[in-house]
Design a protein around this ligand. Sequence first.
Ligand code: GLA
Length: 405
Amino acid sequence: MKKVILSILVLLFTNSVFSQKFEGLGLTPQMGWNSWNTFATDINEQLVKDMADAFVNLGLKDAGYEYILLDDGWMAMERDAQGNLVPHPEKFPNGIKAVADYVHSKGLKFGLYNCAGSKTCAGYPGSRGHEYQDALKYAEWGVDYLKYDWCSTGKLNAEEAYITMRDALYAAGRPIFFSLCEWGANKPWDWAAPVGHSWRTTGDIYNCFDCEKDHGDFTSWGAMQILNMHDQDTLRKAAGPGHWNDMDMLEVGNGGFTHYEEETHFALWAMLNSPLLLGNDLRSMSQETLEILKNKDIIALNQDALGIQGFKYKTIGSVEVWVKPLERDEWAICFFNHSQAPVDFSFDWSEHIIKDEIFNKEIAFSTSNIYKLKNLYTHKESGSTNTTLTHKLEKNQSLVLRLFR
Ligand code: GLA
């Protein structure tokens, strides 16, 4: 009898020890750079080094960007005779550990991509059946982050497949941020919080503000299509420190957006606590783009320790009003003119009580409850909630304010 109880206890212990994700990672949404949007599978050692150097030289590291992530295409087409993943011999002649070491030498973190299916989306070897073996390799190479995709998965159950990889990473022992990428197909917001640190909510982003791109066997989506694809209340309920909704990588700096649209895309991704993963070529971006990406006031909304995802409070005419509760009873508010024409709008604070029913926050404005306003694009204090706000917004332009006392 004693033996049976002992075995049950051992089983329970080992299960609870090995069936978990690494806690303490992603307490705020991850920030970094990912190769896919600009380079697809055309990646190599020098590119990683250039991006790591750019992080430091352009002040992106100081602004909070941390991860350099290689997406699909880093492997050879076949595993070796022992079934190990092999880095692509021409793209990474010195192996993956060498690039990870370089990234670490700059005080940054390094990540890789693979897929739960038998092949990655670009046709390289997937992890199915090799999860524990691959996790050991990642740990050995010094990988800090794994993006895990969902192509060639046949009849696999998504939750189980992601749990298997989670457990494999945990068993390998090196804390690795686990980024789920099954495009929202199996409602990961319902089950992924104990499994990974973020989960994609939609298919791939496309380099446009408001359009769809039909590729034949799949569609990719403009920033607005991604923003409006799901009921954001359902999604935001599931998110918080260590487990975020991922609206895909940024397209800022890739030429498909106007300046105002880039600002709005960045601000909304920040307000909704989406990961801030740059998707452009950092070596050749304009000063204007760099300023958007390094806007510390906007980044601070995304990185606010409270970790409450913003939500749409109201649409007034063509102006969408997005809000986000912040630490210390402060709030962010984003007025976004979602139209083809400029608009002059006004907002009389005293007429509004903004309630976040899900996270139980409320803000009301009266003469005895006045907030000061900071314009997060000019970085200047700009009046208070004591007077009606009037502002002109061009097509797809936004105004983002921080409300503080
Ligand atoms: C899928 C993912 C993308 C990217 C590609 C790589 O489409 O959603 O983000 O990783 O695969 O092949």
